[in-house]
Write a protein that binds this ligand. Sequence first.
Ligand code: AHR
Length: 496
Amino acid sequence: MKQAKMHIEKNFKLAEVDKRIYSSFLEHLGRAIYTGIYEPGHPAADENGFRRDVLELIRELNVSHVRYPGGNFLSGYSWKDGVGPKEDRPRRLDLAWHTIESNQFGIDEFVDWSKKSGTEIMGAVNMGTGTPKEAGELLEYCNYPGGTYWSDLRAKNGHKDPHNIKLWCIGNEMDGSWQICHLDADDYGKKALETAKIMKWIDPEVELVVCGSATTLQETFPEWDRKVLEYTYEKADYLSLHRYYENEGSDFDFLASFVDMDRFINTIAGTADYVKALKRSDKTMYLSFDEWNVWYQHNQKEHDWMEAPEILEDRYSLLDALVFSGMGMTLINHADRVKIACLAQLVNVIAPIFTEKNGRVMKQTIFYPFQYLSTYGRGMALKPVVVAPTAESRYGETPLLHSSVVFDEEKKQVNVFCLNLSDDEMELDLDMRSFGKLSMIEHLELSGPDLNAVNTFDQPDTVTMKAVENLSGSFEACKMVLPKYSWHVLRFQCEE
Ligand code: AHR
């Protein structure tokens, strides 16, 4: 049996966790919108055509913001196609995903949907085929109170009150050659700066995210980030990061994905701090990890000009959910720098929620780590001292115990998340004496029959969170055994 120790000290504070790290993403892609969240005629659809069964699961996830409408789709999207009477909206080719966009769902529908889902919006403006002028017009449509052409059009379209969307992405993955009208860093930096100026003139309260590297695998990483920040440092509020992982060989390498993600965040934070020094600026550039997940990109299929086809409908296993939990904990461990993070995506497309057209809805395995991190990972992120065995993965020396700790100071609850990524049981010794006496509220384990287990519509609860017997009594330290390949939520109540 392996041995690991965690010393959790309540004064070793990292930063308050920003609730926006529990955000997600809905793109006009595949069945995310159409037959995902929006399906008029479905037995569970409400008067707007929004699926109530899906809304219910989204509420369970405690999602903060939802990024919309893309993604790669964004770079060819004209937002004006998606407003006004539905019968007048044009059907268009979507060049990003080779599909047909009916435009039956647009920004006004998304605002209505967000209210029902209890989420806020992270908007996005097109920096591919789109211009800074069109970005300004969208913001005027959404946020300007009234008395101008675009704000009055919003009122005419049924929304007298402004949408008040205060968080916006300036483009998506503009460093990627796959992007419609991809730009190099200088051209994007200049365009993003001019767009940011227009947007902040229209609404000085908006916060803006500029495109960072689409992945660490880009040849231009991290030079792209440096150059973009050199143009936009004064106007941008966040720099974006995107990263997906898939199982490309050994399960252990896959489980170690969080090591790479951690390094990515450190590299980009260092790059941003370099520009801060160069600019003699007092401002710290915060990070928006606005696409992260497990994604089997190599399984992608071609689709020819269909409406809402089944694209990127990955089915997640227990192993995928363990990898996912590692990434989620890494975001908490960077609470001082990462202020926004979006699980990409939310419904059907590489998603925790999966629907049948005209049928059922279910929770994929990754639903659970997101739900529990988002529910109990709020408060002050602490910096535990962890002593654990390590092993060599493709990312170098990798700890076999990965963890994060959040202290909810109001409720006086300590929530410990931990992943045993070894193929052996691990005895975990928790020293929490700085909190005084504690008792255990609950111990939950992400569990399934084997690492390949998945949830299906017929067997939706194959992989779920299972309660483990609580440690009894009150204590300042405790021990427990974590089975091989397992993720845990350990919750403690301070007694004093
Ligand atoms: O989330 C799927 C795609 O991944 C997004 O459209 C794009 O931004 C990224 O490459």
